[in-house]
Design a binder for this molecule. Sequence first.
Ligand code: TEU
Length: 541
Amino acid sequence: VPDADWWRGGVIYQVYPRSYQDTSGDGIGDLIGIAERIGYIASLGVDAIWISPFFTSPMKDFGYDVSDYTNVDPMFGTLGDFDHLVRVAHDHGIRIIIDLVLSHTSDLHPWFVESRMDRENPKADWYVWAEPKPDGTPPTNWLSIFGGSAWQWDGKREQYYLHNFLISQPDLNFHNQEVQEALLDVVRFWLDRGVDGFRLDTINFYFHDQELRDNPPLAKELRNASIAPAVNPYNHQLHVYDKNRPENLGFLKRFRALLDEYPGTTAVGEVGDAQIGLQIVADYTSGHDKMHMCYAFEFLSGVPVTVDRVRTVMTDFMNAAPEGWACWAFSNHDVVRHATRWGDSVQDRERYIRLLAGLIISLRGSICLYQGEELGLTEADLAFEDLQDPYGIQFWPDFKGRDGCRTPMVWSEHEQSAGFTHGQPWLPIPPEHRHLAVDAQDHVQASMLNHYRRLLAFRRAHPVLAKGSLEFADTGKSVLSMIRRNNDEAIFCAFNLSDEIQVIERPQGELEPLEGHGFSGLLRPGTIEISPYDAFFARLG
Ligand code: TEU
């Protein structure tokens, strides 16, 4: 009997397939490469992998621009390779979550090729087409995250089409029922192939306002750079009409009803929003009839991880969604790796990111770890000439794009291309990553890699960390303390986020220090003493 609730509190390891393991020698990772590394992934102790898109694509946005939803891009392999990967993963007890980009397609998708032919073809209304304003300018003030207007003029139809991302990523028109049906058919195709779930790209962008109203401007003090870099004018609007539309809920319900036909499957929706993101996560995950969980952006920005910040995010979310379920992440393929984003401003980066690993495994919710995070990889500092990401090329040098977190996995300290490929890697291997390679850490008990393995085993041994209720204890500005409870156990945990030794008061009740997490906070007669960037875990009686 499959454990239908495995996703609740589960740990998902994100694989960026271009950069995981190449077996063909073209310098780009592939599905067979992932299958070869499943043993390693299983050794981490994760529940599932989320594989970023591997579907047929012109790769303008590295696979987030799909031209065939039901096939594998030759660069990554074949459908047969995918079936093989599913089998190997399942043999190792690892579930497969695939990344569906339903909000938009590539401009080379046959649906769009047909849609743009004229205004009468059967797919004429499958994308968001609109007339120009009388002066010829775009229909609304909506902006593309990747720069400029979200509207692109098409000379043939003499209309604009909507794109929230690249010009080559036209936005599907979810108001059209046929579009919804076609996308649900895609979902069914992959369910029938044995996938265990979906990461749904940009789910809050599915619907747009049919009245085409302008977004209001956003006051400077309310701007927040967690979705787009500060220099991006996208941050200067309140996104009420181009996304976050109430109609999204209806489609998510249809989607969920389909998943419920396949017990044990799950969906994690990506909610990219800097303004009302947590509320959207709450709305989309409450009621057991939409998303199982949503991927929140709160810990993906540069906002430092202070005691206050963690308390505010977690409390706001629990208040907004007592029954909702979030998926937390510190790093992914879109943002600066947190070892750099947060680690650059502390004295002892390594101890600090070890502490953060202890913190994320102690959060109520599910969690996503991004490939290489378990090795302690930092952001690669690439030269302009090395850049591949159109977003980085557009905003350079204020924003360097997303290539610095997408460099290849380092498997071997000394092998050519760190064991990633026999060919020329599509992005350079940062020399400073080599000593962190898997083969350099694997057998070293004290390594970052084994620290993550220990912590994931610890989380598994104490389900209360993932699913229990969460209450904060007041232990001052520098120490984040949580009491986690369920029917079977209660755990008190404390994280010293400062670079000074901290002595805190012990909570009420009997404390029995726990082992197996690798931290060394000490229980004293009346107090708890925690070294800089260290933590303490105890069973609370
Ligand atoms: O990202 C959605 C999103 O909001 C991005 O703009 C994100 O904020 C940005 O990349 C951060 O720098 C998803 C995918 O994760 C991303 O890789 C795609 O480019 C995007 O959708 C379009 O499909």
